[in-house]
Design a protein around this ligand. Sequence first.
Ligand SMILES: NC(=O)c1ccc[n+]([C@@H]2O[C@H](COP(=O)([O-])OP(=O)(O)OC[C@H]3O[C@@H](n4cnc5c(N)ncnc54)[C@H](O)[C@@H]3O)[C@@H](O)[C@H]2O)c1
Length: 281
Amino acid sequence: MIKTVAVIGAGTMGNGIAQVFAQSGFSVRLIDVAQPMLDRARGAIEKSLGKFVEKGTLTPSNRDEVLGRLATATSIDDLADADYVVEAIVEHADTKRALFTSLDAVARPEVILASNTSSISITLLGAATGRPDKVVGMHFMNPVPLMTLVEMIRGQATSAETMAVASKLCADLGKTPVEAADYPGFIANRILMPMINEAIYAAMEGVGTPEAIDTVMKLGMHHPMGPLALADFIGLDVCLAIMTVLHDGLGDPKYRPCPLLRRMVAAGQLGRKSGRGFFEY
Ligand SMILES: NC(=O)c1ccc[n+]([C@@H]2O[C@H](COP(=O)([O-])OP(=O)(O)OC[C@H]3O[C@@H](n4cnc5c(N)ncnc54)[C@H](O)[C@@H]3O)[C@@H](O)[C@H]2O)c1
């Protein structure tokens, strides 16, 4: 029986994942190496729950109960009581592999270790543990409280039982799981990220201003958000990390990260989270 869920990484995604688990009645331990990220995450969760209260879909007392189910910590050492783990740290394979080795040492042997990675091989993460059958991709979409899809990635060694438990958990959260095979970028980012990268090339080459590019895709293609605003929302560092995984993993030059994307990330223009990307926030 899964009652307590540990979420590792309290950035854009970790706070949303922690929120939906707490809203669905689970006790949540949100863990990050940086205390300021934990403080920011709690603030973001309070703000998001406040919007549900304003809309009338959550009562103030429910909100307080949800917040009461959320605990934060800066170390993974007290994971012994976690029944399920979701990793949502930086999109960097070596950092994630090192974390999975540490999680394997502290989590009980039967506990499933899920990763919210956008593109990194689940098989590779599983191989950093002694329980590759219990390592699975659980790719939530941003913003997590509003988006209903969870892309479920089956690694080479992931067991059918692990897939079943993780998929049932998605349903418990009110989300729809869709299975994808373990190839770079899976389904979502294999298709989405090259489009965003191409929009960045179009901006770099002056085919259109960022406003024009986004307007064409919104009004012309009926996308709810333009690709450059979406890149800012995702985080340009995350976009670059995903394009790098696609390029390295698939080998095709068509996945080459746009030089403008590299330059903006090097300059710390990461999108919403840094206050500036293709647009200002
Ligand atoms: N941003 C998106 O729209 C989006 C969507 C789906 C999936 N993802 C994936 O989710 C993951 C997190 O992305 P994000 O956008 O939330 O990143 P982010 O940069 O906002 O946050 C990452 C967090 O991880 C923390 N961290 C780094 N190393 C850590 C460690 N060893 N232990 C604990 N915490 C650590 C950082 O302090 C930071 O708070 C990535 O794998 C990303 O690809 C992102």
